[in-house]
Design a protein around this ligand. Sequence first.
Ligand code: SF4
Length: 892
Amino acid sequence: MPIVHIDGVPQTCRDGETLGQAIERSGISLPGTCHDPRVESGGDCRLCSVELEGTLHPIVACRSTVRDGMRVRTDTEALQSFRRGTLALLAQHVSAASVARFPEKSFHRQLAQAGIAPEGDDCPALVDESHPLIRVDLSQCIACYRCVRVCEDLQGQSVWHILGRGDDSHVHWDRGERFADSSCVGCGACTDTCPTGALVDRRRLQDGPATAWTRTTCAYCGVGCELEAGVRDGKLVGTRPVLDAPVSKGHLCVKGRYAWDYGAAADRVTTPLLRQAGNWQAASWDEALGAAATGLADILRRHGPDAVGVLGSARATNEENYWTQKFARLVIGTNNVDCCARVCHTPTAAAMKRMLGTGAATNSFDDIEQARTILIAGANPPENHPVVGARIRQQVRRGAQLVVIDPRRTELAALATVHLAPRPGTDIPLFNALAREIIAQGWHDQPFVAARLDGFDAFRAFVEPFTVERAAATCGVDAAAIRAAARVYATGSPAMSLHGLGLTEHLQGTETVMALVNLALLTGNLGKPGAGVNPRRGQNNVQGAAVMGCDPDNLTGSQPLATARAAFERTWGAQLPATKGLHVLQMMDAAASGRLKALYVIGYDILLTLANTASTRSALGQLELVIVQDPFMTETAREFGHVFLPVATSFEMDGTFMNAERRIQRVRRALAAPAGVRTDLAAISGLSAALAAKRGGGTALPDTTPEAAWNEVRQVWPAAAGISYARLAEGGLQWPCPDEQHPGTTLLHRETFAGRPRATLECIDDVPTPEATSDDYPLLLTSGRNLYQFNAGTMTARTAVRSLRPEDTLDMSPADAAGLGFGAGDKVRVRSRHGEAVLPLRVDPRVQPGQLFASFHSPAQWLNALTSTVRDRITGAPEYKVTAVRVERVAS
Ligand code: SF4
């Protein structure tokens, strides 16, 4: 390793690092305005110049690579004079008012340190206030171009451009008169990096700078970006990315960056509520827990424990979900415990566990940068997992090939080498045809097949009838494109696949993921970097909720109840219920038929989000007791709740989340919860104690801390035994991590499949969905999220981000819109065989003729009124992605 002498002190450096990095690690802070550690340095300001022995002129530290034997001086009189002169020149571009207003901006701090007064002017004509999140004041720009580089190299959006030449050069957004009309997606990287008051968060103007920052994990999607929550006067005033976060590498999306103030919403519920004479009435915690316990005790006495269901939460921590399933199994005595993973990725977990032995992502996000080919199926990362979407975009720019399988021409589909747009519900014939083509062309990995797979001959015979031509006809895609996709994926090793709910929320969701795993096995794309099968998880802790045991058939660590029962009974010192539990959809069936009498729903708006609202509504209407635990009044609570327990948001509690690459990361309390609010952990323990008191005995969960609960998880789940809170101080660890010396596992299945030497190719036949189009319902509707909202909108709809996409829309192809005589913004009524919804129309060329797309975030539009009762044949996940509909104009 090179050794560099910095001001006479030898410093051991890392190969390839810049001189600026080495100097910074030595504890010396160099000035500079153009450097951002997340992207390559521009070196434009030259403020970090140092003197190098043996050269005549200073060199720019942030642009110079270390060499062994270098001797540099960082603080000579000549350097000081040069820096003062440069800072003074730049100071002519910033005004005293702006410096006083934003003293925390890095250039302003450097001016203060150097004792240089700002000499620039404010120019109101150069201020743009059009964007709801970001304020632009181009009069304060010092032309460091950091915004240009982060937008290009980190986000890949290229909103900011350099216009003009020489002294006239300046930055400007890409299109439109107003910044709000630009292509900005609100990731906030430009305001983070801007060293002056040119680009600032609007909320910063309103609230002032944070005085304390707490490192925690984003509460939205399964990427699991780490962020710092900024607090001032006990109030959350902003977030910023953690620069060295292993997952997000100093980046956030619009939700992590700006959709954080929902906890302060005026309609936050901060006192327990009891339904009395049809109306909610405020109650004390003792009264609310007492009422819930009385209702539960009565139902348990009359109907037994299996008349009660418990639902854990993807927004709650691992510890809280562990406690939730323990409450169901030990306090209530039922295996009726589930969570929203059922309706999204349970098919993935089931398929991967069956074929590979572990129901989780095989590789890590860092493998994106190692992949030569990326196959994205039924997922739209730039909108749903934006930080991963940005990494994929950058890897494609570096030359990786991209295959996108999606009915819509998404942003990544437009960048793809091959885009296949199959008719919704036809993925299995497509994947079987891809497998057949790979085998027919001899592109399968023959050594891998021989060494690690069973069932190849039977599989080859099975896929033989699935010709490319047959798939082209069934799926409505071009045969040549299917061939091209097979070639690109099979020959561009390492090839990683990323998939989402577009694959899983179908009649054959589990089998579709199995068909995808077949492709990875055939091509040897498992057990190596840059490859694998990698489900994107929709919610921050949906994987954690299920893995902690909010699953009727599996205990903590996804250990099957059937085989792990004895070990858990030993550790917990109690017997587990003997009867088979119900998943959430089966709970609805049982409620409808009168077998289920009570539901305890934690952080999950089932009425709004379960498919086919009519059947959910009729099931919930049968229940005698619905206990809802949430920070907000959900639609479930509003219509059917009897007891409401108000709980903390993730900024107000400690614990851990599990992201989509199996990484456990810390959640830290940045501010106190409002008075009257408890954590989920405390609420669950409180309810268990109240129930034990009512029943005069029985198991009660003790009050516990998140760390103590997590240490219990480590005891019962060997793959997490090495993950202590102390080791999670920064960045987290990926399971399996069996002991405290283990570094965590970035890559699964290197040599075996969870201990099994061989995997088996599965022959998956195609079973068409009964939800078919007809003369009455000629269009196929699919649904999904948009960038600016999140699931039921519980959090995002209570933030300023909402204004960027305030309502759900029905997206229709230009051809269909013209044929039906509709225009953008028309209110249209969508009717399915199951219900109807009214949405504003958006004409969207990304949608194919004959198909429609809608987001589902708002109770105002209530999209699940339309969806069917069809469920995945294996796991019971609803078929959200295929609904036959017709569209009518709403009479004015
Ligand atoms: Fe949060 Fe996901 Fe956005 Fe990261 S990509 S900031 S985890 S919502």
